[in-house]
Design a protein around this ligand. Structure first.
Ligand code: NAD
Ligand code: GLY
Length: 357
């Protein structure tokens, strides 16, 4: 097991990464304010891991209840959030009861937002079971739901007490979901860690073959990058926005195509290629750089061609992006591979060309 820390003063917390962690009640116990937890999961993950994890905790004397939600991005909404509140009230959850998210990013974002709101805040633990959630969404405290007009538009910053990433759970993850997670892994290399990007180029086949050592390394290195950025800029007033490389376009793709049609990681992949193309048109990247980025996403099993939603639809969807300032869309662009920046100062003609060619 490897352990990292997200340094946020009195709200600092640990990320444990390794095999067999669903059997480790000892890692959870010190973080419970009372010997009681409510696990939030979904209809896909619960049959795989809920009984095993509940047993672990119950054997350690923790009272465990659960709420099992429908699976899918399309359910990351008010209605599903309310089902968590209904369960918390029915089960008489108290302010010191811990809410535990067992699942991918959708469950983590929903449960985290519920924890932030229920009785104005209850303790919360992340147990991510997708690669994407283990490398990104379970760390950093962004929680929330989608609105029909925009991804993740309603939410709160609310940090967990602990992140428990059991790498054994990745064995049951569908290939398409593994690839989606790799999009966020590649992101760290592109925005701030060129040596990691080079490592990914050398080890992509191992990752796709689910080589345990390679996956653990990639998760650890991704979390290290994320933890550093979050510790420096928890509320995204500056450098945290770099974690949004490809997301301005990607969120537009997810919303425009209908939630769940394109996976989040797939939108990030095609969106990153649009950001790279815009960077090239602005004289920052070379065509060879763009091809290099494209090759890596393709090798990861990800789409690199964005759907043709039309220029107006893209602009309309991106107009609600959380980085918009004074009505101006701001993009994360690449100065060079391994070095990203945020700007609202881009060439309109270049953006139009990126979105239409
Ligand atoms: P997801 O939660 O929908 O999980 C993907 C699929 O895999 C689902 O069908 C799920 O039931 C299934 N699954 C989960 N674990 C499994 C396992 N071990 N074995 C088999 N199947 C399993 O999607 P995701 O990619 O994990 O997360 C995407 C979401 O995360 C998006 O809503 C995105 O906006 C959000 N996100 C949030 C942050 C953040 O900082 N909060 C960062 C990135 C993404
Ligand atoms: N996934 C983007 C962030 O956590 O800031």
């Amino acid at each position: 097991m490897q352990t990292l820390s997200v340094e946020l003063g009195h709200r600092a917390y640990r990320i444990h990464i390794g095999p067999g962690l669903l059997a480790r009640a000892d890692l959870v116990l010190p973080h419970l304010a009372q010997p009681r937890g409510i696990i939030v999961s979904n209809t896909t993950v619960a049959p795989l891991y809920l009984a095993r994890f509940s047993d672990t905790l119950e054997r350690a004397g923790i009272r465990i209840e659960s709420v099992v939600l429908p699976d899918g991005e399309v359910h990351k909404n008010w209605e599903t959030l309310n089902r968590i509140f209904d369960a918390l009230l029915t089960q008489r959850a108290e302010r010191r009861t811990t809410l535990i998210a067992l699942g991918g990013g959708v469950i983590g974002d929903l449960a985290g937002f519920a924890a932030a709101c229920y009785q104005r805040g209850m303790p919360f633990i992340q147990v991510p079971t997708t690669l994407l959630a283990q490398v990104d969404s379970s760390v950093g405290g962004k929680t929330g739901i989608n609105h029909p007009q925009g991804k993740n538009m309603i939410g709160a910053f609310y940090q967990p007490q602990l992140v428990l990433a059991d790498t054994d759970t990745l064995a049951t993850l569908p290939d398409r979901e593994l690839s989606a997670g790799l999009a966020e892994v590649i992101k760290y290399g592109l925005i701030r860690d060129l040596p990691f990007l080079e490592w990914l180029e050398a080890n992509m086949e191992k990752l796709l073959a689910r080589d345990t050592e390679a996956l653990s390394y990639a998760i650890h290195r991704s979390c290290q990058n994320k933890a550093e950025v979050v510790a420096a800029d928890e509320r995204e007033t500056g450098q945290r926005a770099l974690l949004n490389l490809g997301h301005t376009f990607g969120h537009a793709i997810e919303t425009g195509m209908g939630y769940g049609v394109w996976l989040h990681g797939e939108g990030v992949s095609a969106g990153t290629l649009l950001a790279a193309d815009l960077s090239r048109r602005m004289g920052l990247l070379t065509q060879a750089d763009v091809d290099r980025v494209s090759d890596l996403f393709v090798r990861a099993g990800l789409p690199v061609a964005a759907p043709d939603l039309g220029y107006d639809a893209y602009m309309n969807l991106m107009g609600v992006d959380k980085k918009v300032e004074a009505g101006r869309i701001r993009f994360v662009l690449l100065r060079e591979l391994g070095d990203a920046f945020v700007t609202g100062d881009y060439d309109e003609a270049a953006l139009r060309a990126t979105l239409t060619t």
